[in-house]
Design a protein around this ligand. Structure first.
Ligand SMILES: [Zn+2]
Length: 103
């Protein structure tokens, strides 16, 4: 493949262009794959260990904010937001329920 920044031909497996040091598409793809796996795990964990799913969802969102949302597939973004929202609603309902029961 060719570097998206300097146009020099580089190895398909290279994560960083040896010429200019910019991240390659392979690197971006690998990061997105990792984020996707993490957000799927966050969704699944949300139903079994909500707090872990919640934290994982926050971690994915934080990583996306760090990398910039450009280039992050929308399904990854949606899944990590869903994990955080699902647990957020769960916590909120629990608090409301407890207030209703004890007040
Ligand atoms: Zn380059």
């Amino acid at each position: 493949m060719f570097c998206s920044n300097c146009g020099k031909e580089i190895s398909d497996k290279a994560y960083i262009c040896p010429n200019c040091g910019v991240k390659t598409n392979a690197s971006v793809d690998a990061e997105n794959d990792q984020l996707r796996s993490m957000s799927i795990a966050a969704i699944v964990l949300t139903f079994f260990v909500p707090i872990v799913g919640f934290i994982l969802g926050i971690v994915v969102l934080a990583k996306m904010k760090q990398n910039g949302t450009i280039g992050v597939p929308s399904d990854v973004r949606d899944m990590s937001i869903s994990a955080v929202v699902i647990v957020g609603i769960g916590i909120l309902l629990t608090i409301i329920l407890m207030l209703a029961l004890f007040c």
